[in-house]
Design a protein around this ligand. Structure first.
Ligand SMILES: Cc1cc2nc3c(=O)[nH]c(=O)nc-3n(C[C@H](O)[C@H](O)[C@H](O)COP(=O)(O)O)c2cc1C
Length: 199
């Protein structure tokens, strides 16, 4: 079947993309408004953009036309955020934290997620995440102004926290990370079954 983007609507294209580009890792992003309101939300349009310099990127989509999510508005205001990892044990609270609370409401409190002060940026990090990456905004690439349009947020990593027991020689223990991946709809995948292949 050949599908041309111009022949389908945005929600059909969205379904195609999230169904085919799987599994997606999840960035659990904490941010803060200029007035100090803290926000936490998951984003699976997420990856590493560069290792040297270290840059992470994720993508808050518009809800409706020109309707920014709080995370994006905070980062535009304050230029800082933290990308926290999500382990399987966090699945339900991570899902709670995606609740669309009005601006100014704190998802750490709503989802009962413990926070801890960051070292170099103002937004707090998730205390129990196996790894947290403190980021300063590098740039935002605005990809459109309609519902579901992306706003690629690139952040320079300025500090990394890793739980002591989960790291050896800079290698993260995959069992302790116990990452989950986002599939389409309500599906998630675990990362407990792995295969090894030498290059
Ligand atoms: C696992 C998961 C992944 C998500 N990924 C994205 C994403 O990549 N981009 C996006 O705009 N929304 C994504 N969402 C929805 C946002 O988390 C949701 O809109 C949230 O309310 C945004 O919060 P904010 O307005 O406080 O920034 C995702 C939700 C879940 C549960």
């Amino acid at each position: 079947m050949l599908i041309l983007p111009e022949a389908i609507d945005a929600s059909q294209m969205y379904k195609l993309l999230i169904g085919a580009v799987t599994p997606r890792p999840i960035a659990w992003v904490s941010s803060m408004s200029q007035s100090g309101q803290v926000n936490l939300a998951p984003f699976s349009f997420f990856t590493v953009a560069s290792a040297n310099p270290p840059v992470l990127c994720f993508n808050p989509l518009y809800r409706g036309a020109r309707e920014e999510k709080d995370t994006l508005a905070n980062i535009r205001e304050q230029n800082e955020f933290v990308v926290n990892t999500v382990s399987y044990r966090d699945l339900e609270v991570m899902n709670l934290s995606c609740h669309d609370l009005p601006p100014g409401h704190n998802e750490f409190e709503y989802a009962n997620v413990a926070s801890e002060a960051s070292s170099k940026v103002a937004p707090p990090r998730v205390a129990n995440s196996v790894a947290s990456f403190e980021c300063r905004l590098n740039q935002i690439v605005d990809l459109g102004d309609q519902a579901l349009s992306g706003h690629l947020v690139l952040g320079d990593v300025v500090a990394v926290h890793v739980q002591d027991s989960a790291i050896e020689d800079y290698r993260i223990d995959s069992d302790q990370l116990d990452a989950i991946g986002r599939m389409a709809g309500t599906d998630y995948t675990l990362t407990r079954e792995r295969v090894q292949l030498k290059r």
